[in-house]
Design a protein around this ligand. Structure first.
Ligand SMILES: Cc1cc2nc3c(=O)[nH]c(=O)nc-3n(C[C@H](O)[C@H](O)[C@H](O)COP(=O)(O)OP(=O)(O)OC[C@H]3O[C@@H](n4cnc5c(N)ncnc54)[C@H](O)[C@@H]3O)c2cc1C
Length: 245
């Protein structure tokens, strides 16, 4: 396979080289890309990767998992779906492959602290955790004093990932997380993290006017959570979301 782009395109578009792929959950992997030149971005943003052969849509969006401190080396937590065009390409893509990027895009970032800030709620399903990992990494680095609470929705324990990193963030920030399993398997050992059985939306917090709500991942979760907060009278400007599908 020819892993190198035509020279004319390489000169005008951002390209990166795949340097590492690490399995982090049953169908989820952490992909590391080294960019030809730095791509400054804000935590919470995403890029579009061009997937060779994907048609009619050649690009797929991926939130940047890593800290913007390293704009030349980006990480992505990607869940692979059987039969998905990007998923099937990314399943076997060799280390050393050159990949075309576009971006960064999006405005799904943490708003600046305000004097009466309440809790920063982060609601993620599956790889919807990615932008929050980037945001929390920045917050930890800056010593952000706000209270961060994460609800992390997964199907079962085999889908859960990065709890070691979340635990480490808990030592650096006022941060706690709860994993919500929608279809827990009975034969899996009890994990060490705070666990609830049920869909994430069964554990939505009560609305508090000073709190902010960031939602990312599954569109059905986002719609349900937004309805919940809106019905309670939420200020729409305090609800932020990034819908994956
Ligand atoms: C702004 C944005 C950021 C995104 N960031 C990420 C990311 O960081 N990590 C990531 O894995 N995906 C992310 N996605 C989804 C990603 O762009 C692709 O849709 C996904 O990789 C599937 O592509 P595919 O070609 O393999 O399958 P497709 O044929 O496009 O989709 C296959 C099926 O998977 C569903 N689906 C897509 N993504 C997910 C998901 N993450 N979890 C569960 N079901 C899903 C789709 O509804 C569809 O039914 C993001 C999407 C958007 C719009």
């Amino acid at each position: 396979m020819d892993l190198n782009p035509p020279a004319a395109i390489a000169a005008s578009a951002p390209w990166a080289i795949l340097t590492e792929v690490k399995p982090i959950a049953r169908d989820t992997r952490l992909y590391s890309l080294k960019l030809d030149s730095p791509l400054p971005f804000a935590a919470g943003q995403f890029v579009n990767l061009t997937i060779p052969g994907a048609s009619p849509r050649p690009e797929r969006s991926y939130s940047i998992w890593s800290d913007p401190l390293e704009p030349s080396r980006l990480e992505f937590a990607i869940k692979l779906f059987p039969g998905g065009q990007a998923s099937e390409y990314l399943r076997d893509v060799p280390i050393g492959t050159r990949i075309k990027l576009a971006g960064p895009y999006g405005r799904f970032g943490l708003r600046e602290p305000e004097p009466d800030d309440g809790v920063i709620w982060m609601l993620a399903t599956s790889t919807g955790l990615a932008p929050f990992h980037s945001m929390l990494s920045v917050a930890a680095r800056r010593g952000d004093p706000r209270r961060f609470r994460l609800l992390f929705g997964c199907r079962d324990v085999g889908d859960v990932f990065a709890t070691d990193l979340l635990d480490a963030l808990g030592g650096q920030l006022d941060f706690q997380y709860t994993v919500c399993l929608s279809q827990p398997a009975t034969d899996q050992p009890a994990p060490a993290f705070d666990l609830r059985t049920g869909r994430l939306t069964a554990f939505l917090p009560e609305l508090v006017a000073a709190d902010r709500y960031y939602l990312c991942g599954n569109g059905a979760m986002i719609a349900e959570a937004r309805d919940h907060f809106k019905a309670a009278g939420a200020d729409r400007k305090r609800i932020h979301f990034e819908k994956y599908w």
